[in-house]
Design a protein around this ligand. Structure first.
Ligand code: ATP
Ligand code: MG
Length: 377
């Protein structure tokens, strides 16, 4: 059974104690928030975008002069869903017992709100009756404009923002952009796990959000900081780890946050006083065994040629020029044209990513555990 005191979180943000560094990024984001700038947060998957937002919002949880409101819209299918997600978050930040809460409830009353409670957490959620075209198009605007007039600073983070591209209402981007422009005390943070769609929304000159935000690019946590964090968390539970073990963790997971956290959480679940590379090796194999089902599913997503290419990239770990003769020849991948098509397909399926944020860009397998599994098989 999972150790309930495990300090390596794999899901929701808890508090700064469980969060490794990101001091500079937090400072930068906080400064932009304070100056009322809109921000888009970019990074590869599972690197810590959502975590960072919660981390910078944390000090404002009960702030009198500022309110930070976070919504994850992955589960929304249309504008009405989006409105309800926003209404719920606003309701939870300003419960009716407080002055602002009382006033916003008056606004919500117009939409015959139904309040339900999550069975596990007891958290209330609000469902407004949004039926007509006008209600669909105006309600979010009314909620935002109400908040904007409360004489406090409002920051709204919309996570998994690319989901709006799936809505049947194709004018959602334009609508939201129009609301945004009318607000004085409110700013936004946008982020999403699908980088391609996020770039499409924010960096395409033809679209409403073009040039509307400051882009922040999140990078890997520095090795020194992550190592310090890992050692510290083990130490807090009176456990020690030698350097060889620590090096193995950082190298094996490539410091890709989710995978490093997952590895440490699994290692931590072995309740020991001291950890050496032997336990790290055992943990690595256990993780691969546990996730093997997922790896086989990945295989069904691609053709045999693409799978071979994926294996070749996994074996090289970083591939700078996939169409180069040496790489193709070494791994017997056919022609440069075939490799080019394969790379495109693997990128679209998000099995690999292209790291363009470094001096010499390269391709790498996204899922670090899949990468290791391909290397071992
Ligand atoms: N600085 C950090 N210190 C410790 N754990 C972190 C840190 N940042 C993120 N995490 C953890 O790493 C995992 C991945 O982070 P998160 O979900 O924030 O990534 P993401 O970039 O939002 O991913 P996605 O692209 O899938 O939305 C989570 O389990 C989170 O708790
Ligand atoms: Mg996220």
């Amino acid at each position: 059974m999972e150790n309930l005191n495990n300090p390596f979180l794999l899901t929701a943000y808890k508090s700064p104690a469980y969060f490794c560094n990101r001091a500079e990024e937090s400072k930068q984001l906080t400064r932009l928030m304070q100056s009322g700038m809109n921000v888009t947060l970019f990074a590869i998957r599972r690197l810590g975008k959502t975590g960072l937002i919660h981390h910078v919002f944390y000090p404002y949880s009960n702030h009198k002069k500022a309110a930070c409101i976070y919504i994850d819209i992955l589960a929304t299918k249309n504008i009405a869903d989006l409105t309800n997600h926003l209404a719920t978050a606003v309701y939870n930040r300003f419960p009716p017992q407080k002055a602002i809460g009382k006033k916003i409830m008056e606004l919500f009353q117009r939409f015959r709100p139904v309040i339900s409670f999550d069975e596990l957490s007891g958290t209330p959620s609000l469902s407004l009756t949004i039926e007509t075209k006008a209600q669909k198009e105006n309600t979010i605007g009314q909620i935002l404009s109400f908040l904007d007039k409360q004489n406090i600073k409002i920051v709204i983070a919309i996570d998994e923002f690319q989901q709006i591209l799936e809505y049947p209402e194709k004018n959602t981007e334009a609508l939201l952009r129009t609301y945004m422009q009318q607000l004085k005390n409110t700013s936004f943070i946008f982020c999403g796990s699908n980088q391609k769609m996020m770039h499409e929304i924010f960096n395409s000159a033809k679209r409403p959000f073009f040039a509307s935000c400051t882009n922040i690019k999140l990078d890997y946590i520095a090795e020194f900081d992550y190592k310090k964090f890992i050692i510290q968390k083990f130490k807090e539970h009176k456990r020690t780890m030698n350097n060889e073990c620590l090096d193995f963790i950082c190298n094996w997971t490539k410091l890709h946050t989710f995978y490093t956290q997952y590895f440490c959480a699994t290692l931590f679940n072995k309740t020991l006083k001291t950890y050496t590379v032997k336990e790290a090796h055992e943990t690595a194999l256990a993780i691969l065994k546990l996730n093997e089902g997922t790896f086989f599913q990945y295989r069904n997503l691609v053709t045999a040629a693409q799978w071979n290419l994926l294996k070749a990239i996994a074996n090289e770990e970083q591939v700078f020029q996939p169409q180069a003769k040496t790489f193709i020849h070494k791994h017997q991948l056919g022609t440069p044209a075939l490799v080019k098509r394969g790379i495109d397909a693997l990128l679209i399926k998000e099995l690999i990513f292209y790291n363009a944020a470094v001096e010499t860009p390269y391709y790498e397998v996204y899922d670090k555990f899949l990468m290791r599994w391909l290397q071992y098989n």
